[in-house]
Design a protein around this ligand. Structure first.
Ligand code: ADP
Length: 395
């Protein structure tokens, strides 16, 4: 069966459309005026009865059959409406007007099918059917009502296509996150073992000659980098799945900052790090996650500034927040870059080839800060350095 035209049956106005469109299809096929009228009247009769009971019916005009026997069909689907049966008086005349009339229940809906044979003399074939379909696709609306209805149908078609696309995208995204999660877990195990062995070698420096020790140190640095990258991948997938959890504890803020900056000073021997502690307070934080935040900000400050330049870490209390500011004298950023740095996977083009990274650090950092009820922001001047601030609510 090839659908030629479809009309939703919602109100009296659709009755007019159903009648006129049935006439027009029958006329375009070449049926006699008497047959056109009989068919269109039968369709209108059934449509009227359906519209009397529901505003959710649908009429489809179609051509069925194969060479040389074709027929014009009207398929009306509605319901389920218990009181509407085949012998309803609303269907009585229609059954007299068309030679084939069937009433059945399919998938919980009532379906009325009417068919009118198309004489062989009209030489119906696939080409003619395609031309008929094309004609009604481009046919001007009969009236303003049909124009609005067509637009509404078009919009709801576009909406449902978009919904499908969104669903598909969501599915792909879920699969990607799942892949990242599985891959990062799988990669983490061998890296942890590698790290344990390199640590053993580092501890045995005295047993090796300096050349070997320098290789061992490089191995150790690179496995540390790999561990951080894999951890970032795992964090991003946890953030996407909404499974990131925090074990918050009460902490004296200045002591926390001093401890972590001491550790990072050892790790970034290339840059003098100056810690200026302001007034003290207590905060409720996940210690490991907040260490990750400071590590990332200090790591970026060291990564994006020349060796030998200072990095300052200042703390203060402002209103109900503890503020940490990390400033460097590095390459800085343009205002455009500054507006994008907290986006997932964002990396400035200029640093892509010169500085390693995956563009996940600030995305994870900002998520952790925001999940603690704080904020993160930055100021920067291209070529002159940057300053990153975070605020954490006081306990
Ligand atoms: P990554 O460092 O892996 O690229 P981040 O999310 O940590 O990822 O940083 C995103 C981008 O922000 C970097 O690519 C860089 O362009 C910019 N950026 C971050 N920190 C600094 C900084 N201290 N100085 C200059 N640019 C920075």
């Amino acid at each position: 069966m090839t659908d030629i035209i479809s009309i939703t049956l919602e109100n009296e106005m659709d009755l007019v459309l159903a009648h006129k469109r049935s006439m027009k299809v029958a006329e375009k096929i070449g049926l006699t005026v008497a047959t056109q009228t009989a068919f269109a009247t039968a369709v209108a009769e059934v449509a009227r009865t359906v519209i009397d009971h529901t505003n959710m019916g649908n009429l489809q005009l179609a051509i069925s059959g194969s060479h040389p026997r074709f027929s014009l069909n009207a398929v009306i689907v509605f319901g389920p409406i218990a009181e509407l049966k085949k012998d309803d008086e609303g269907f009585f005349y229609a059954q007299k007007l068309v030679p084939e009339f069937s009433f059945e229940t399919r998938d919980g809906s009532s379906v009325i099918e009417m068919a009118m044979g198309i004489p062989r003399s009209l030489r119906m074939d696939a080409l003619k059917i395609a031309a008929l379909k094309a004609f009604f696709l481009t046919e001007e609306p009969l009236n303003a009502y049909e124009e609005i209805k067509n637009r509404k149908n078009f919009l709801s078609k576009v909406t449902s296509e978009q919904e499908l696309e969104i669903k598909h995208e969501k599915f792909i995204n879920e699969k990607k996150s799942e892949f990242i999660s599985i891959a990062s877990h799988e990669i983490k195990t061998p890296i942890t073992i590698l790290k344990a062995y390199t640590q053993m070698l580092v501890k045995n420096h005295d047993n090796f000659d300096p050349k070997i020790n320098s290789i061992v140190d490089k191995l150790d640095q690179q496995t540390t980098k790999l561990t951080t990258l894999v951890q970032q991948l795992m964090d991003v997938s946890q953030m996407e799945n909404g499974t990131m959890t925090y074990n918050r504890e009460d902490m004296a803020f200045n002591a926390f900052m001093k401890d972590i900056v001491d550790v990072l000073t050892q790790a970034h021997a290339t840059h003098p790090i100056v810690l200026n502690l302001g007034a003290d307070t207590h905060v409720s934080i996940d210690k490991l996650r907040m260490e990750q935040v400071i590590t990332n900000l200090l790591g970026n400050a060291a990564k994006y500034s020349p060796p030998g330049t200072s990095i300052n870490v200042d703390t203060k209390i402002e209103n109900n927040f503890a503020i940490v500011s990390v400033s460097d004298e590095g390459i800085g950023m343009s205002p455009e870059t500054l507006g994008l740095i907290f986006e997932k996977f964002y990396r400035n083009k200029e640093v892509m080839t010169t500085h390693p990274g995956l563009g996940m650090g600030l995305y994870i950092t900002s998520k952790i800060v925001v999940d603690h009820g704080g904020k993160i922001w930055a100021e920067s001047t291209d070529g002159k350095g940057s300053i990153f601030h975070i605020s954490i609510p006081r306990k």
